[in-house]
Ligand binder design. Structure first.
Ligand code: FES
Length: 64
């Protein structure tokens, strides 16, 4: 599933990078996610957080 439509970055791209030790900033640098319109950043951070099995401090609001 595409998360960053501007650069075609998928959920798996983000998750695998996080599991391999990448920070959110590393993912931005590698895939450019969030470096155009920026509207994907909340989701990028959420996926990264869940991949790291952390407690997310800024979860996205639920969409009905
Ligand atoms: S959707 Fe990711 S930068 Fe626009």
């Amino acid at each position: 599933m595409y998360i960053c439509l501007c650069y075609g970055v998928t959920h798996d791209d983000i998750r695998q990078s996080a599991l391999n030790g990448a920070s959110v900033e590393d993912i931005q640098d590698k895939f450019k996610a969030g470096k155009c319109c920026g509207c994907c950043m909340d989701e990028v951070k959420k996926i990264h957080c869940h991949a790291k099995n952390n407690i997310c401090t800024n979860p996205l609001p639920k969409v009905a």
